[in-house]
Design a protein. Structure first.
Length: 271
């Protein structure tokens, strides 16, 4: 067991090093992202501040609380972009037969697929998320006890797994349809609208859907309800922050099963 873990870890680190080296070959490409990503997310939080200042709190959530939610969501988004962005292109692997070489190597196919590309640019999202989340924590007077610190880490990791699970599950549709790229944009928009803002702004039935069918509410909303002492309309028991890693692990496991199920239908590149 220890030998297998060491082997898989060394393989993952090797692919990570190669991916970072490839991305650093184009420094101007990185500079363009250094400009665009901060404009996108700082612009988003600024528009949120203008909305709350000129109108009213969103479903009772103040700008300080919204900053907390926005930053928390951006942290898990950043980690997902770093480690699982390749799930956005599963259909490309299916259509072009790129999974052939993965099937020929003595590694778990999904693990191999997951470590093929480490997105260095995702660190920018992570840094911005840290800045916005730190600002939100300061505004709401969040207390960094050891318990809260552990909970925040678990929530961010669980949120990353939920995001990765959704992209993996929807991307795996390509095994049956050959195309799933259009769902990437849909998923990005869906997650932006539901994880950067409290679910309380949506109708009750939609909240139920985004909790029990697509568990996006566990990425930021329910943990934030516990951290900030806000009520959730579904009246979950306390300890909501600890639900996120559990839901994340379950969702990710289901997504991997869907990927492996679809892999049985993979037709290769042919001759």
């Amino acid at each position: 067991m220890d030998a297998a873990i060491k082997h898989y870890t060394s393989v993952a680190l090797c692919f990570a090093r190669l991916a970072i080296q490839r991305q650093l070959e184009y420094p101007l490409f990185l500079v363009s992202w250094l400009i665009m990503i901060p404009v996108q997310y700082f612009g988003g939080i600024w528009m949120l501040e203008m909305l709350v200042r000129n109108f009213h709190p969103l479903a009772g959530w103040t700008f300080a609380q919204l900053s907390f939610v926005y930053g928390l969501g951006l942290l898990s988004h950043g980690l997902m972009v770093i480690f699982f962005i390749q799930t956005w292109g599963i259909d490309g692997f299916v259509v072009h037969g790129l999974l052939d070489r993965l099937l020929l190597r003595p590694l778990n196919v999904f693990f191999h697929f997951s470590v093929l590309y480490i997105n260095f640019i995702g660190i920018i999202d992570l840094i911005l998320g840290t800045i916005i989340f730190a600002y939100g924590c300061r505004q709401v007077a969040f207390v960094w006890t050891s318990s809260n610190t552990i909970k925040v880490i678990l929530v961010v990791l669980g949120g990353m797994l939920i995001r990765a699970a959704i992209y993996t599950a929807t991307g795996s549709i390509a095994f049956w349809t050959k195309r799933s790229r259009s769902l990437v944009g849909f998923n990005l928009t869906l997650m932006e609208r539901t994880t950067f803002y409290p679910l309380a702004i949506y109708p009750y039935l939609l909240q139920v859907f985004l909790t029990f069918v697509i568990p996006l509410g566990f990425i930021t909303f329910y943990p934030a309800c516990e951290f900030l002492g806000q009520d959730d309309r579904l009246a979950f028991p306390m300890g909501l922050a600890l639900w996120t890693p559990l839901v994340g692990l379950l969702a990710f496991r289901v997504a991997v099963l869907i990927f492996n199920w679809g892999l049985k239908r993979y037709e290769s590149a042919g001759s």
